[in-house]
Design a protein around this ligand. Structure first.
Ligand SMILES: [Zn+2]
Length: 446
């Protein structure tokens, strides 16, 4: 007998009509602005410097009056006033846990949460994982790192909140992960897309079996843009014989705030009661109105129900496509797909190129390639003089390497409109990553 479960974890919020949603968000926004002014030295200074009173921010459109908050500013604020920064709005005795956001360079930045913040995170992540098919009868193997990383303990809280069975394995223990899936009959796995790809190779070489024989029904991927690359997703699905969905989050905002339903038409933003989203032009900072079916730009978030580190107009640096039309599943939230990081974006003769798009092209040539790539930059981006140097792993049966190099360069020129110089390397030559895959090698840093 199969149990029937409701379609949403929180039907009320996830299917709320847009006009009603807006009223709820604006009421919460006003409350949060007053709170930030009173409790956060960083935001009080911001408001005063721009001559704005918290009461001037009454509607979602009013947000555009305020400056953006950047990751660099949060880092500086934390150095200036440790441990959590001048932007923190709750005393340490109210903070129950601190996470680290995996900074790309330099000092890690820390994120504190109060009990209330923790409950908000749990609720948001539970809504996402429910949308991605986790139910009380799920046995979920955890393949994300469990320590400081926000994709660890907060995810455990959420899976347990759903009532599913959580198997806390984490990264760096591939043998134990596969053995636990076998011994405990795990039917779902959550990890990065690069780890899912790595694990498939691992199962074949170390367990001498096909990954699909493990019987996983679903794999939820996240923490890097790979899950949104059609060819990457197709390969993971075929390797494991599982239904692949993708989620997205941000350590400074909410660990996981959007995920796909079974329609797989983009990730539903499921926490409109916790954050307000804006899409901006990354070059000009102009807000792009969401009055069209599809909008592309950088994702910006404002917390509307956060105690410890509420952020106002935080630039995530994630480049997304947002779809505004309703989804057949009944959820009313906007749907989005991440196409890359603003920081990873390269510009070749005025053309924007994302490493994930290059990976997609190379994946489509399997088995003549392994799908693994590395872009080599001799100087800091984003502007790169063509041709762009790309290392690509070729498959075992390729005899004419120069021909394949020219072919890949030709496809990149036709599809992505830039000049590349491809260097083929044997299978296994490029580094593999359990956590976030690094597609760019900064040769100038050595
Ligand atoms: Zn849906």
């Amino acid at each position: 007998m199969t149990t029937s479960y409701p379609r949403c974890f929180n039907e009320h919020i996830e299917t709320m009509p847009p006009d009603q949603l807006r009223l709820m968000q604006e009421e919460k926004l006003r409350r949060q602005m007053a709170y930030n002014y009173e409790r956060s030295a960083f935001y009080r200074r911001r408001f005063d410097a721009s001559g704005i009173k918290p009461g001037d921010i009454r509607t979602l459109d009013d947000l555009a009056k305020l400056p953006f908050t950047t990751k660099d500013e949060l880092r500086d604020s934390q150095i200036e006033q440790p441990p959590l920064g001048r932007h923190a709005a709750a005393p340490m005795e109210a903070v129950i846990r601190v996470h680290s956001s995996s900074g790309t360079t330099g000092r890690p930045s820390y994120v504190g949460i109060t009990r209330h913040d923790r409950d908000g995170w749990t609720e948001s992540i539970a809504r996402v994982y429910w949308a991605e098919g986790v139910r009380p009868d799920t046995i979920l193997a955890m393949g994300f790192g469990l320590s400081f990383f926000v994709g660890g303990i907060p995810l455990q809280d959420a899976v347990e909140q759903i009532g599913a069975t959580f198997i806390p394995i984490g990264t760096g223990a591939s043998d134990r992960l596969i053995t636990s899936i076998q011994n405990l009959g795990a039917n779902q796995l959550t990890c990065t897309p690069s780890y899912a790809t790595y694990l498939a190779e691992y199962v074949r070489s170390r367990f001498n079996m096909e990954p699909r024989e493990l019987g996983l029904q679903r794999i939820q991927v996240g923490a890097e843009p790979g899950g949104g690359i059609p060819e990457v997703r197709k390969r993971i699905g075929e390797d494991w014989g599982a239904f692949i969905t993708e989620g997205i989050g941000n350590a400074d905002v909410i660990p996981v705030y959007a995920g796909e339903c079974d329609e797989r038409t983009g990730m539903h933003l499921v926490a409109p009661d916790l954050v307000v989203l804006e899409i901006i032009d990354p070059d000009t900072g102009a807000v792009l109105p969401l009055d069209r079916p599809e909008v592309r730009g950088e994702l910006v978030f404002t917390h509307i129900d956060r105690e410890c580190v509420p952020l106002v107009r935080f630039r995530t640096r994630d480049q997304v496509i947002v779809w505004t039309a309703a989804c057949p599943c009944g959820r009313t939230g906007l749907r989005l797909r991440c196409v890359g990081r603003t920081d990873d974006m390269l510009i070749l003769l005025g053309v924007n190129v994302f490493p994930s798009a290059i990976k997609d092209v190379v994946m489509s040539l399997r088995p003549r390639t392994t799908g693994e790539i590395q872009i080599v930059l001799d100087q800091p981006g984003p502007r790169v003089d063509p041709p762009l140097k790309i290392q690509v792993e070729h498959g075992p049966d390729v005899s004419n390497l120069p021909d394949l190099e020219r072919e890949i360069e030709g496809i990149l020129r036709d599809k992505l409109i830039f000049a590349a110089r491809v260097e083929l390397l044997p299978s296994g030559a490029l580094p593999r990553y359990e956590m976030k895959a690094k597609l760019i090698h900064k040769a100038y840093e050595q």
